[in-house]
Design a protein around this ligand. Structure first.
Ligand SMILES: Nc1ncnc2c1ncn2[C@@H]1O[C@H](COP(=O)(O)OP(=O)(O)O)[C@@H](O)[C@H]1O
Ligand SMILES: [Mg+2]
Length: 247
């Protein structure tokens, strides 16, 4: 039998979708909570976070260690799921998706750049890039061409065949950035991408993020790096899982 009335949550979702359409919102979070329970101890890592991120926003998340920045990025990227609240990404309510749909959604919608690069250690630079392209169904020829063009873009066209351990930290992060762009996702999430890098390398990475900004990506970065902060149009500060200020 068909339902005669919509549930309150469904009505809220319709409101959210209208908001998303009218205000060009790419990411919307509503009353987002994430707790970690360790025995009897509960860490409130993300506590009632409400965010509206618009298309082409360049957002920096700041705040002390333990403030919940990584947890929030993981929730927004669909790498982790909230205890409470909703997340819409590109008009899709990802907080409702099961892992299988979520992984497909992540593949084409979101590029991730991590503090520790997270390259697959047994694959070459080129293969690390081809991996997500393969999952997205590109032909081998397309994968090779795209991988080479992205490696050239990050200045590593001649390092295709190299394994991660044969690359410096900065080079590994450049490969990781190229990989994040492999399926040309509209959203880029980066967690302290320059934390372990020297000044010159950080500036090079900054330029790559600036290119992404010009390419029209929506970018969220957790960072304390002044070079990256200068690119932001919104700087949001967190403490104890909550937004404390915005500039
Ligand atoms: N997997 C986990 N298990 C238990 N506690 C966690 C886990 N991940 C993060 N936390 C806790 O959640 C809080 C927020 O952490 P995190 O999101 O990593 O903050 P930030 O990235 O701002 O440093 C911290 O108190 C941290 O100890
Ligand atoms: Mg962190």
């Amino acid at each position: 039998m068909e339902k005669e009335f919509l549930e309150p949550t469904e009505l809220e979702d319709i409101d959210s979708l209208n908001e998303i359409r009218e205000e060009n919102i790419v990411i919307l979070t509503k009353n987002l909570f994430k707790n970690y329970e360790i025995g009897d101890f509960i860490v409130k890592a993300v506590c009632d976070v409400n965010l509206k991120i618009k298309e082409r926003d360049f957002i920096v998340f700041k705040g002390p260690s333990g403030a919940g920045k990584t947890t929030l990025l993981n929730l927004i990227g669909g790498l982790d799921s909230p205890n409470e609240g909703t997340i819409f990404s590109n008009g899709v309510k990802i907080s409702d998706l099961q892992e299988e749909s979520l992984s497909i959604f992540r593949l084409i919608n979101t590029g991730f750049v991590f503090q520790n690069y997270n390259l697959i250690s047994t694959l070459t630079a080129e293969e690390n890039l081809m991996f997500p392209m393969n999952l997205a169904g590109m032909t081998l020829k397309e994968q090779r061409e795209k991988a080479l063009s992205l490696l050239k873009k990050v200045g590593l066209g001649d390092r295709r065949e190299h394994l991660p351990f044969q690359l410096s930290a900065g080079e590994q992060q450049r490969v990781a950035i190229a990989r994040a762009l492999a399926n040309d996702p509209p959203i880029i999430l980066a967690d302290e991408p320059t934390a372990n890098l020297d000044k010159n390398t950080s500036m090079f990475i900054r330029d790559l993020f600036n290119d992404m900004k010009k390419d029209g990506k929506t970018i969220l970065i957790a960072t304390h790096d002044d070079f990256l902060i200068k690119l932001a149009n919104r700087i949001i500060t967190f403490e104890d899982g909550k937004i404390t200020s915005e500039e």
